[in-house]
Ligand binder design. Structure first.
Ligand code: PMP
Ligand code: GLU
Length: 401
């Protein structure tokens, strides 16, 4: 019997992560000697700040080598509770916080903890690739609600309300958003919150992983700070993006105690407490200072302006202005049906693959983000690389007729 035949149905039904899949392809081409510019994975190109690295070295020397408590070390959970109060106006005790192996793990934990087979999860689209697959693993049903390009890809409160059914269990979205960079304003989140308040059986998963990469004047607003729905909101965040710590794998949830307890129970059977050294480093990250995080944000803002400006010069590209995160998300549907004489571009998957083969620029097709007309381009790369990539894209698409 081949190994494919013996895989469980849930794995056969699961899509490969498009972000990681495209990054793998880019690495393979680079290993063959091609000058690939990889703008596929969403990953800061900065190093983790030194004071955070120093804390990890100290943790090794101080002997933090053993199993940690399943929900995380007490000083880390306290640092997170303090951070939530300081930055987000959310008051939870350390017992409401569970630390996991990256925000991705935190999101998956919550979905598995809350969603029963057949229950509906409303996902605001465009959405991060893994949301719908995590729901699939939990045997829930994703209900995708599309944010319109003209509303900067944001879902309106009216659209959200119209998607609610008696089976709705959870609504989830990221602000700032991956892949669009859109930021929901306080007014928009309060309007969404007012609808949630009318449905005590519905929960909100607020993915705030790009919190510190927010270019708006008003800054970040956390839906979890609205008192009427405090117990219904699960706030998810981590250190990957804001502190340039993707490889350290620390994320957390902050939620009502019964939800936190459920996640802790699940984690206790599946992974145990996450890496002890990374937890000590993350404690320092959460306690601050945030100077380095703000410096990185300024660089991302400069690159956003650079890339959006260059992409808007390309014929047929429709480009929104991201208010946060580090992605550009042009609508490239102008090129669907066009051909370079050999390959005809049918959709964004074709476009992204063609661009990789033709220009050696790795992007991610919008299909897996629930936005099949677009491609995602990470702007977390050196300015010269971004300029070179945009020039390659411009020259390549000129061949499509
Ligand atoms: N949410 C969003 C919107 C993301 O883009 C990512 C990408 N890393 C994650 C969650 C997961 O973050 P982490 O690396 O902490 O698992
Ligand atoms: N969140 C990043 C991205 O969207 C990292 C890759 C991943 O975990 O999917 O590219």
């Amino acid at each position: 019997m081949s190994s494919i035949v013996s895989l469980a149905d849930r794995i056969n039904a699961l899509e490969e992560s498009a972000t990681l899949g495209m990054t793998k392809k880019a690495r393979e081409l680079a290993a063959l000697g091609h000058k690939v510019i990889s703008l596929s994975v969403g990953e800061p190109d900065f190093k983790t700040p030194k004071h955070i690295c120093d804390a990890a070295k100290k943790a090794i020397d101080d002997g933090f080598h053993g199993y940690s408590p399943v929900a995380g070390y007490p000083d880390l959970r306290k640092a997170i509770a303090d951070k939530l109060k300081r930055d987000n106006n959310i008051e939870w005790n350390p017992e409401n916080i569970v630390v996991s192996t990256g925000a991705k793990h935190s999101l998956a934990n919550v979905i598995s903890t809350l969603v029963n087979p057949g229950e509906e999860v409303i996902i605001f689209a465009p959405y991060w690739v893994s949301y719908s697959e995590m729901v699939k693993l939990a045997e829930g049903t994703s209900v995708i609600v599309d944010g319109a390009f003209d509303n900067n890809f944001k879902v309106t409160p009216e659209q959200f309300e119209a998607a609610i059914t008696p089976k709705t269990k959870l609504v989830m979205f990221a602000s700032p958003n991956n892949p669009t960079g859109s930021v929901y304003t306080e007014a928009e989140l309060r309007a969404i919150g007012a609808i949630v308040a009318k449905h005590p059986n519905i929960f909100v998963m607020a993915d705030e992983i790009y919190e510190y990469i927010n270019f708006t004047e008003a800054g970040h607003f956390s839906i979890g700070s609205i008192p009427e729905i405090k117990d219904q909101v699960i706030t998810v965040n981590g250190v990957a993006k804001g502190h340039a710590m993707t490889g350290w794998r620390i994320g957390f949830i902050a939620a009502a105690k019964w939800i936190a307890d459920g996640v802790e129970k699940l984690q206790g059977q599946v992974t145990s407490g996450t890496n002890s050294i990374a937890q000590k480093a993350a404690t320092v990250a959460f306690n601050g200072p945030l100077d380095e995080a703000y410096k990185m944000k300024e660089a991302y803002l400069r690159r956003r302006d650079l890339v959006v400006g260059l992409l808007r010069e390309i014929e047929g590209f429709k480009v929104n202005m991201p208010d946060g995160a580090f992605y550009a998300f042009p609508d490239v549907s102008y090129y669907f049906g066009k051909s370079d004489g050999t390959t005809t571009i049918k959709d964004s998957d074709d476009f992204s693959m063609w661009l990789l083969a033709e220009a050696f620029v790795a992007t991610v097709a919008g299909t897996s983000f629930g936005a099949p007309d677009c491609v995602r381009i990470s702007t977390a790369a050196a300015d010269e690389q971004l300029v070179e990539a945009c020039a390659r894209i411009k020259n390549s698409v000129a061949k499509l007729k």
